[in-house]
Design a protein around this ligand. Structure first.
Ligand code: FNR
Length: 347
């Protein structure tokens, strides 16, 4: 793991209340998927190319119209106000100072419009469809109106899995309902209305493609599902097992990636998340065919450890680590990787 990420994780563990740290850190079930995520990236090896001029190495990429300084995005994660009083407003500032992009969670703890006002670059919005089916859609429309450049529909969460280290989500009712309250129907329990919609279908994905921005499908672990999402109109695929927080024992994303890349066959960008903690993890993902990666927990630890500046520092360090990895692998850019760069480690 990159040193600054390890240090920020330690600082966050020391600083955050125990129940907040556990809420962020936990996985579901026996935490098998969580435990395997980072290790899976480290089972791959590189076949570097030599004899090339590596004077100028550039990590910049263009992704669905967004120009980014590095192929690393901040994944959608809930309730950043548990990590920092400014919550997602601090996160987006830190992310944009590093030239990256925030995928803002449907379960964010600041008003979408306030996060958008703090933006200094592109951002996307993660959509959850909720039990009261109009709410998730109205929130998604608000995000597009506020400037979200894409919608990311999370499709691996028909129900929220029981988390191993968690009695309840340690967030205040006000922060929990901050973007939902104005859309609630009269009467009824707001917390029932805003649980997950168990029917997050391909039809729902298709419907979102009519909102005027590209739609990515998040939570894909199979080639056939990637194809089905493309058929439904997806403009991008996010290979994810939700950071080991949904189906425990789901395959590691490092191992699912190649099948999805093959099915997508270059038609749309493929992103991947889960356990990515260093420039070489990013390089492995790129070598296996991803266009970019996302970081979940490391952004939360960075936010808790150092606010916006901590987030910028984490992403800047990761970019530096990736520059070194690219140069030593014989690649001047994420789009210039040697063919067959990544291979499975021999047993
Ligand atoms: C998440 N994740 C997530 N995903 C999503 O689509 N919507 C959400 O609101 C959340 N919330 C959330 C909260 C917390 C505390 C965590 C740790 C994760 C999943 C997230 O987007 C991503 O898939 C994983 O976090 C990536 O794995 P790593 O980088 O955390 O190992």
């Amino acid at each position: 793991m990159l040193r600054i990420l390890a240090e920020q994780a330690e600082q966050a563990a020391a600083r955050l209340p125990r129940e907040v740290y556990d809420y962020y850190a936990t996985g579901s079930g026996d935490e098998i998927a969580l435990d395997e995520a980072a290790a899976a990236w480290r089972r791959y090896r590189f076949r570097p190319r030599i004899g090339l001029d590596m004077t100028a190495v550039d990590t910049a990429v263009r992704l669905l119209g967004a120009d980014l300084a590095l192929p690393v995005l901040a994944a959608p994660t809930a309730y950043h106000r548990l990590a920092h009083p400014d919550g997602e407003v601090a996160t987006i500032r830190g992310v944009h100072r590093a030239g990256s992009l925030l995928v803002l969670s449907s379960r964010c703890s600041r008003r979408i419009e306030d996060v958008a006002a703090a933006a200094d670059g592109p951002w996307w919005f993660q959509v959850y469809l909720l039990a009261e089916t109009s709410i998730g859609r109205q929130v998604a429309r608000r995000a597009v109106d506020a400037g979200a450049g894409a919608l990311v529909l999370t499709m691996d969460t028909p129900y929220t899995a029981v988390k191993k280290r968690l009695a309840g989500v340690p967030v205040s009712d006000d922060d929990y309902l901050i973007n939902f309250a104005e859309h609630l129907p009269a009467g009824g329990d707001p917390f029932v209305a805003t649980t997950q919609d168990p029917a997050c279908t391909l039809d729902a994905l298709h419907e979102l493609t009519g909102y005027g921005v590209p739609v990515l499908a998040k939570g894909v672990l199979r080639g056939d599902d990637a194809q089905a999402c493309l058929d439904a109109g997806a403009a991008g695929i996010v290979v994810s097992n939700h950071g080991g927080r949904q189906l425990d024992r789901a395959v590691a994303t490092a191992d699912a990636l190649a099948e999805v890349v093959e099915a997508v066959a270059g038609r749309v960008p493929v992103l991947v998340d889960g356990g990515i903690r260093s420039g070489l993890d990013v390089l492995t993902a790129l070598g296996l065919g991803a266009d970019a990666v996302l970081l979940g927990r490391p952004i939360l630890w960075a936010l808790a450890a150092g606010g916006a500046a901590g987030v910028t520092a984490a992403l800047d360090a990761l970019r530096g680590d990736l520059v070194e990895g690219l140069a030593l692998a014989g690649a001047t850019a994420p789009t210039d990787l040697p063919p067959g760069l990544v291979t499975r480690a021999p047993r």
